[in-house]
Design a protein around this ligand. Structure first.
Ligand code: C2O
Ligand code: CU
Length: 505
């Protein structure tokens, strides 16, 4: 593929920390004069930031904060981002989930050279996809994203479908600070004895009741919930690798303003490498978008835990109660994550955090929203159908790598497509870890889970979070020619081999 192309790409640059071949950068088309141009200046810099609980990190930031500046534009705008790199390392910006032209995709070594210290680079694309997206570096991305190089990009619709008074983005992140903490684990990680005492107490809070899975629920909402298996719970991060967990740069409880009766939209973005199970307490809520794309007809949920995979976004809407505040919490009770990843919306008394959160049902996107088939169905015919089996283990001389169809990294053959192809990919997780699979430059439709067709709204997305033993089929139209990465968004897995390409002939 790369042989007869004129390479101007620096082969030292590498999207996943490995060397790869490159192509020449294509030139931009003239900006459409009918669009409003919104210009953003972003300057990367090293910055010591306070994460709370006495933890500090020397972060790599976009313009001094992490998340970096929020890029918020209107549908149809032309977005121009001037990047000035004042870090000691080279980097790029990738627009996660936006189907931008390949030349703007920001993958070092594939679509551009990484931007060296002191250099500048300009990204330009049309904001045609409404919703919640995010940007992050795609040069040595495991390290660079983890150290703080990410931010939100929100594209507002010209005609809003959902009404709300407050609109917040909340980035969930994990850090290695290497700094002693003033945070006392014992306050938050109860020992087993304390835990069972608490479990034996009778809870007065009605919302704290257990779901009875044996009784058929007339409540249609339960259709969108599922009982997590022990394996799924096992697979959640225990937080051992990281010592600080933040919502928008604080581990001490984010506060968001809202008045009683106001409608609030939260845009949750998981910028970390692990799945986080989040929930909202004190109010029923509605999930209105996944990975930025609207869901049709989603009803109210209560007591639902949202398993947000790495790189995924969940947009929720709720109405502030007349009294009291609303709490966003992490439902992983075994670690300090539980208390660090929390936010309060409003000023009233906070709802009590139930101790049995771990047994709450999980949100199942395959059953949520209106019935509808979408562009593709499980019976559609495709020009190309392929399997990607995901696993981990020994490969060649290496003791532990991540594999697709038994091969790792540059040995994985790229997917070859032609413009106009319809492509189905079946991802099967044959391994023991969670693999959030992401495809660049294309919105894909999830058409089945574990062999069963989707029951709810057609779900269009850019990342599908696959637990061990699970299988998903996704479908897309090859309508954005270029060279596109397909990789696990546990960026450590990607760096250790779980990445390939989709290339157009
Ligand atoms: Cu969010 Cu290849 O990236
Ligand atoms: Cu993975």
């Amino acid at each position: 593929l790369f042989n007869n192309m004129n390479s101007t790409i620096n082969e030292e640059d590498s999207p996943m920390g490995m060397n790869s071949n490159g192509i020449s950068v294509t030139t931009l088309t003239t900006p459409d004069s009918k669009r409003n141009t919104k210009t953003f200046d972003i300057q990367t810099q090293v910055k010591n930031i306070n994460l709370g609980h006495g933890k500090q990190v020397e972060a790599w930031t976009f313009s001094g904060t992490s998340p970096g500046p929020e890029i918020r534009v209107k549908q149809g705008d032309r977005v121009v981002v001037h990047l000035k790199n004042d870090l000691p390392v080279a980097l790029t910006i990738h627009w996660h989930g936006l189907d931008v032209p390949a030349a703007m995709d920001g993958v070092a070594g594939i679509t551009q050279n990484a931007v060296k210290p002191g250099e500048t680079y300009t990204y330009t694309f049309n904001a045609d996809q409404v919703g919640t997206y995010w940007y992050h570096s795609h040069q040595m991305s495991a390290e660079q994203t983890e150290r703080g190089l990410f931010g939100a990009i929100v594209i507002e619709p010209n005609t809003p479908i959902v009404q709300y008074e407050k609109d917040y983005t909340v980035a969930i992140h994990e850090w290695k600070s290497g700094v002693e903490s003033s945070f006392d684990d014992r306050d938050h990680n109860r020992n087993d004895e304390e835990q069972s005492d608490i479990n034996n107490e009778k809870y007065d809070n009605e919302d704290d009741r257990e779901i009875d899975w044996n009784t058929p629920q007339s409540n249609m909402l339960v259709g969108a919930l599922m009982k997590p298996t022990d394996d799924q719970l096992e697979e959640l991060s225990d937080g051992d690798e990281y010592d600080v967990f933040t919502l928008n740069q604080t581990s001490e409880g984010l506060h968001l303003d809202a008045k009683p009766g106001e409608r609030v939209r939260l845009r949750l973005i998981n910028t970390s490498n692990n799945t986080h199970i989040m929930t909202l307490l004190g109010v029923p809520f509605q999930i209105i978008a996944l990975d930025g794309r609207d869901i049709k007809g989603g009803s109210q949920l209560n007591q639902a835990i949202l398993p947000i995979g790495a790189a995924q976004r969940y947009d929720l809407v709720f109405e502030m109660p007349k009294v009291g505040s609303v709490k966003l919490v992490n439902a992983n009770p075994s670690t300090r994550m539980n208390s660090m990843l929390s936010a309060t919306v409003g000023d009233g008394v906070s709802p009590k955090v139930p101790v049995n959160l771990k047994s709450y049902p999980w949100f199942d996107f395959t059953k949520y929203g209106q019935k509808g088939v979408g562009k593709f169905t499980i019976d559609s015919k495709f020009t190309q159908s392929l399997d990607m089996d995901l696993a981990e283990g020994k490969y060649g001389q290496q003791e532990w790598v991540y594999t697709i169809n038994g091969k790792s990294g540059a040995d994985i053959p790229p997917i070859q497509v032609k413009t106009g192809d319809t492509v189905k990919i079946r991802f099967r997780n044959k391994g023991v870890e969670i693999h959030p699979m992401h495809l660049h430059g294309h919105t894909f439709q999830v058409i089945s889970k574990n062999g069963k067709a989707m029951e709810g709204s057609p779900i269009y997305t850019d990342t599908v979070n696959i637990f061990p033993g699970e299988e998903y089929e996704i479908a897309l139209e090859a309508n954005n020619s270029g060279l596109w990465m397909v990789h696990c968004h546990d960026l450590v897995h990607a760096e250790m081999g779980m990445h390939t390409m989709m290339n157009y002939e």
